[in-house]
Write a protein that binds this ligand. Structure first.
Ligand SMILES: *Cc1c(COP(=O)(O)O)cnc(C)c1O
Length: 354
């Protein structure tokens, strides 16, 4: 598919790169591709960033047939622009769409769309340290009608946002609220899919955590309220004695690209990784005895976010004196080093845009 290009009449002023924050600024153009049953994906176009007109009966507004992805473009010191393992995002979107009975966006179309848009908007890839261009592809039902069935029309859209650190804390430890009332997902549900509906259901717990002075929620499994699942919008890992423990992929958590990359690094470094169920009781006990050495969340937005404190019921444990752990720091430096092209990439994860 060739994309038609409509250039914006007026380009925006670029934001100051040292004060980007996260997801507050958007570039001049976006990619839009339509889907119609019987035709497939058609009319790919790069057009000025702006409102999308919708019918009030548009199905996504009523039944939330919506999925998304999140990845970044990184500016290397030689000026080139790199993506990090974008084909995994493409494959994951296919799985998310399948779960929500939405048509798959073919891997090649996903990659071509993102590459062409990012190249077209290359002046928006920031150069300051610790900045990048966040890429947000998303897919939603556009057919109008309030009867429930899979829609026959969709849009695939990609928007771009120059970003700095995800948390105002930067790469410093955050305080985590262990949530034992609300749940995020259950097996058989949509936990493994990256869909807006999961997030809508999670906001109440996020608000509760913030009201109690915490940055994020640690989710427990939906059946027993016992086993650790994810932290907010990230996967989660714990260094207990010499072993890194993380939740297995069994349908209720998101299979993160960062999670997978970190497991690969750890195994290469001969650190034992256990993908297994970890009960909150075992975790808090490890916190009490000091066996819990380090803890961190992993995700594209924050990359690695150290956890300095866990609060569960009436108990608080502090991890590593509320300081970023050695292994956490080494993982952060290595992974971001590969992404920004400062560290060798033996895994061929980085894709330089030509
Ligand atoms: C996106 C996401 C992650 C992290 O996935 P990455 O591919 O590493 O960015 C983790 N958990 C949830 C719920 C997510 O939506």
């Amino acid at each position: 598919m060739e994309f038609k290009i409509e250039r914006a009449k007026q380009l925006k002023e670029k934001p100051v790169e040292t004060k980007l924050g996260f997801g507050r600024h958007f570039s001049d153009h976006m990619l839009v591709i339509d889907y119609t049953e019987g035709i497939g994906w058609h009319d790919g176009r790069i057009i000025p960033y702006g409102p999308i007109e919708m019918d009030p009966a548009c199905m996504v507004l009523h039944y939330a047939q919506e999925t998304f992805e999140g990845l970044k473009a990184y500016r290397h010191t030689d000026g080139s622009i790199a993506l990090f393992r974008p084909e995994i995002n493409a494959q994951r979107l296919i799985k998310s769409n399948e779960r929500l009975c939405m048509p798959p966006v073919p891997v090649d179309l996903f990659l071509k769309g993102i590459e062409e848009l990012v190249k077209y908007e290359q002046d928006w890839v920031p150069k300051e340290p610790r900045t990048s261009l966040y890429i947000r592809p998303f897919c939603f039902a556009t057919e109008s009608g309030v009867g429930l069935h899979p829609a026959k029309k969709y849009k695939f859209v990609v928007i771009l946002s120059p970003v700095g650190d995800y948390y105002p804390e930067g790469v410093n430890p955050v305080k985590i609220w262990v949530e034992d009332e609300y749940v995020r997902a259950v097996k058989g549900g949509t936990g493994f899919a990256k869909c807006g509906g999961n997030y809508a259901a999670s906001i109440a717990a996020q608000v509760k955590a913030e009201q109690n002075g915490y940055t994020q929620v640690l989710w427990l499994d939906g059946v027993h309220r016992k086993y650790v699942e994810e932290v907010g919008t990230m996967n989660v890992m714990f260094l207990i004695n010499d072993t890194v423990v993380t939740t297995p992929l069994e349908g209720s958590i998101l299979p993160g690209v960062t999670r997978d990359s970190i497991i690969t690094l750890l195994k290469d470094w001969r650190v034992t990784v256990e993908e297994r169920h970890l009960s909150i009781d075992e975790l808090m006990e490890a916190g009490r005895t000091g066996a819990l050495k380090e803890a961190f969340g992993t995700g594209t937005a924050a990359v690695i976010s150290p956890i300095g404190e866990l609060h569960y019921k009436d108990e608080t444990v502090i991890i590593n004196d509320f300081k970023t752990g050695k292994l956490t720091k080494k993982l952060y430096d290595t992974l971001t080093g590969i992404q920004w092209g400062r560290v060798e990439d033996p895994y061929h994860w980085v894709k330089i845009l030509k």
